[in-house]
Design a binder for this molecule. Structure first.
Ligand code: 6PG
Length: 473
């Protein structure tokens, strides 16, 4: 019997998605480059399920009912191109290839053009939620032609996470838009993770909280309407774990050097190219880079001293201030991510519906959070909202809490604790809200040394001044 869906690549994400698809009523054919992996999968997790193993791409393609729907779950980059090249001669017009990896949106754009010229259809689909999400319901961000999306809609709407107002999947837009949105999701993920790391550092180093207190604080924050989220929840869980040998908090035994696979960096590169300010996300990427030069930092720690003793703080007050600082910073970070999506949508013709983007992130994905309902509402109320900071609810929150936020950033500076994402967020807010910034001086300097000209606030036109002559005249 021909299968309704096919999946290539049985690493853990691929396996879990295959099981999710099968569980939802779609018999599936699977293929993996190494035969052993397929055999192990069939003998264990796929046993007794409607999963058909195949051992060559020819056999795999022949097992699928046309138009074929094939999900590729291999490593982003060269391996995706290699699989596509091998599949091309085996496919027929109308067949649909779906790339579910973290591919660069520009690669997806190129592959789409290449395959559509052959009469094939390509969907670049962001998949978020890690291993657990893949199995039980991820957030899915499919981009490509709408007619192709409609052919996979019955499947993706079933396998995605479900929230109060529907499945965490929607048609994102054409070309590479699905992978673009997933990339920005990951940039926001980096921002959230860095903000939480800074809150932890402050609570521990300045607030003096021990592991049990850290655990209780994050668990309590996870009960709030504002901060309830997957990342806060797992942070509280992490503080529950002690090393079985030493009984010390396991997190304290982990090397403080963060890895990264590229999606955060791509978000930053795209924002710089499009001219969208995303300082919190940039700070998060920078923080990982700085953390990674561990040996150099250890040597520098012997040479460069900070302010010394940390003054005691009232712990309960400080915890609340850090919570407020975290929430205000988070609002700024999402404001940046959504502004980037809006600009990319206009620039690349994606036609993104920002309220829908927030909605499909409410469940399944790594940044899932109660807070996304507020963002969904803000863009539903005003799809043209220029910046999330101007949405009535967020505006009021920041106005109410900025004193606490400023106090936390000031305390961090005074005590020598780096809080790059908290500070970048506050700088974003202060830059965005100030009518006059000092770039009048920048313009004067540019005109001084390069005759780059400037505009004036008191009359129209373009001006150039012979600054040196006038200054010394
Ligand atoms: C998700 C995640 C996932 C990503 C990891 C690793 O949405 O499920 O974003 O796709 O691969 O989070 O990212 P880094 O290795 O760059 O931290």
């Amino acid at each position: 019997m021909a299968q309704s869906f096919g999946l290539i690549g049985l690493a853990v994400m691929g396996e879990n998605l295959a099981l999710n698809i099968e569980r939802n009523g779609f018999p599936i054919a699977v293929y993996n480059r190494s035969r052993d992996k397929t055999d192990t999968f069939m003998a264990t997790r796929a046993q007794g399920k409607q999963v058909q193993p195949t051992y060559s791409l020819e056999e795999f393609v022949a097992a699928l009912e046309p138009p074929r729907k094939i999900l590729i779950m291999v490593k982003a980059g060269g391996p995706v191109d290699a699989v596509i090249e091998q599949l091309k001669p085996l496919l027929a017009p109308g067949d649909i290839l779906i790339d579910g990896g973290n591919s660069l949106y520009e690669d997806t754009e190129r592959r789409t053009q290449d395959l559509e010229a052959l009469g094939l259809t390509y969907i670049g689909m962001g998949v978020s939620g890690g291993e657990e999400g893949a199995l039980n319901g991820p957030s899915l961000m499919p981009g490509g032609t709408r007619s192709a999306y409609e052919k996979i809609e019955p499947i993706v709407t079933k396998i995605a996470a479900q929230v109060d107002n529907g499945p965490c999947v929607t048609y994102i837009g054409p070309g590479g838009s699905g992978h673009y949105v997933k990339m920005v999701h990951n940039g926001i993920e980096y921002g959230d993770m860095q903000l939480i790391a800074e809150a932890y550092d402050l609570l521990k180093t300045v607030g003096g909280l021990n592991q049990a207190q850290l655990q209780a604080t994050f668990a309590a924050w996870n009960q709030t309407d504002e901060l309830n989220s997957f990342l806060i929840e797992i942070t509280a869980e992490i503080f529950k774990v002690s090393d079985p040998d030493t009984q010390e908090p396991l997190v304290e035994l982990i090397q403080d050097a963060a890895g990264q696979k590229g999606t955060g960096r791509w978000t930053v590169m795209s924002a710089l190219e499009l001219g969208v300010s995303i300082p919190t996300i940039i700070a998060a990427v920078n923080a990982r880079i700085m953390s990674s030069i561990k040996a150099e930092r250890t040597a520098a720690a012997q040479e460069l001293s900070g302010p010394g003793l940390i003054a005691p703080v009232d712990q309960a007050t400080f915890i609340d201030q850090v919570r407020d600082a975290l929430y205000c910073s988070k609002i700024c970070s999402y404001a940046q991510g959504m502004a980037l999506l809006a600009k990319a949508s206009a620039e690349f013709g994606y036609g993104l519906n920002l309220a829908e983007m927030a909605r499909i992130w409410k469940g399944g994905c790594i940044i899932r959070a109660g807070f996304l309902s507020k963002i969904e509402r803000a863009f539903t109320d005003n799809p043209q909202l220029p910046n999330l900071l101007l949405a009535p609810e967020f505006k009021q929150t920041i106005l109410d809490r900025q004193a606490a936020w400023r106090s936390v950033v000031a305390t961090a500076a005074q005590t020598g604790i780096a809080v790059p994402a908290f500070s970048a967020s506050l700088d974003y807010f202060d830059s965005y809200r100030r009518d006059r910034l000092p770039q009048n001086l920048t313009q004067a300097q540019r005109d001084f040394f390069g005759a780059h000209t400037y505009e004036r606030i008191d009359k129209p036109g373009t001006f150039h001044t012979e600054w040196a002559a006038l200054a010394n005249g």
